[in-house]
Write a new protein. Structure first.
Length: 377
């Protein structure tokens, strides 16, 4: 199904920031993910300016559609990955590259937090020993302190308005005081239960760093790439209450694999490690999910393309990702379920089987839908 031909508008690409203490493998991971060559070396603050890479989201469904349609070109979904300078104690007060680090991370939509979970005397640790829980707490505290600073500035203004009897200000004050108590107790904003309406009205506008969703990456050595190790077990135990995903990745080994030009050689390397696919592919898909994104497809002779939309998006909103005119003038969407497209082998055969759906403005798009939009402007 071809999307109507036009030049897509520039849209916001979802952005995930890689964070962690200096020298835990952030830049090496970034290189694995983006095939960019961020400087990676064995000393703190190797990364100063954030490196940015646009990463394709691995999706075997796109490859299958390509084999069925044989288009002129194929365009995958993408996520922007940002390698941010390492953080140290006192960052919230400007220590190290603190202000720059915190400014860069505030601009991201989600956090990929890299924790060192391997022993190697040849790789310096900024605190002199390997302890991923201590490392996690160091970063958590600095981010929480910065959020507390943001919150207190806002709270001072709201308290004055609340004292005048302003009901809205009183409501906002109550929400902010709940967040303040949590932050002072060492909890992140994302862990505080706030109603959806209150979150949208009072929390979201303040762009709290610890409100961003987080994915923990345990950087291990090759021997622990499949099952993890004692360090990983500790991390999983500590983050169990955070509703956060933990991924095990042998970052250094993954970097070696990406350097291999021969595909079969890379696959053999992975098999020897007991892996079915590169851990970096697992991580990219996890980051995509972390950002609350899903994919729909357009498929035609000119192009097979994966489009990124938020989970829960309606058909007009999905159309608007291609061009705002599509959303404004939306009439209807023709929808084929991915499994039906594969089962019948072509759009024509799907139609003949009566499996093509015609959906209106309230249709909520499912991950993997193959769509065509009709609109009028």
């Amino acid at each position: 199904m071809d999307a109507l031909l036009c030049i897509p508008e520039i849209i916001h690409i979802m952005k995930a920031g890689i964070v962690g203490l200096p020298n835990v493998g952030k830049s090496t991971l970034f290189n694995c993910l983006s095939n960019a060559k961020a400087q990676s070396a064995n000393f703190p603050f190797c990364t100063i300016e954030p490196n940015i890479g646009v990463v394709n989201v691995p999706d075997p469904r796109l490859e299958k559609l390509e084999s069925l349609v044989n288009p002129e070109r194929v365009l995958p979904a993408t996520v922007e990955i940002v390698d941010i300078a390492g953080l140290v104690k006192g960052a919230s007060k400007g220590e190290g590259l603190g202000n720059q680090f915190l400014g860069n991370i505030r601009e991201t939509d989600a956090i990929i937090h890299v924790l060192r979970c391997f022993d190697n005397d040849n790789v310096v640790h900024v605190d002199g020993s390997v302890d991923p829980i201590r490392d996690k707490e160091t970063i958590d505290i600095e981010l929480q302190l910065k959020d507390l600073e943001t919150l207190e500035k806002k709270l001072d203004k709201i308290k004055r308005a609340a004292k005048t009897g302003n009901k809205e200000a009183q409501k906002e004050e109550a929400v902010l005081l709940t967040l303040k108590e949590a932050l002072e107790g060492g909890a992140s904003v994302r862990s505080v239960e706030v109603s959806e309406d209150d979150h949208e009205a009072y929390v979201q506008p303040l762009q709290f760093i610890t409100d961003k969703p987080v994915l923990y990456v345990c950087n291990v050595d090759e021997d622990a790439a499949v099952s993890g190790n004692a360090y990983v077990d500790k991390v999983k135990e500590v983050v169990a209450s955070e509703n956060a995903e933990v991924i095990i990745l042998a970052v250094g080994t993954e970097a070696d694999i990406t350097e291999l030009e021969d595909y079969e050689e890379r696959q053999l390397f992975l098999q020897d490690m007991g892996l079915e696919e590169p851990g970096s592919s697992v991580l990219i898909r996890a980051a995509y999910k972390l950002l609350n994104q899903q994919t729909y497809f357009t498929a035609g002779e000119k192009e097979v393309r994966a489009w990124t939309i938020p989970i829960g998006a309606t058909a007009p909103q999905a159309a608007g990702v291609i061009h705002t005119d599509f959303e404004k003038g939306f009439i209807r969407a023709e929808v084929i379920k991915y499994d039906d497209y594969v089962a019948y082998g072509s759009e024509t055969k799907v139609k003949e089987a009566g499996k093509l759906g015609v959906e209106g403005k309230t249709y909520v798009v499912n991950d993997g839908d193959v769509m065509h939009f009709l609109f009028n402007v």
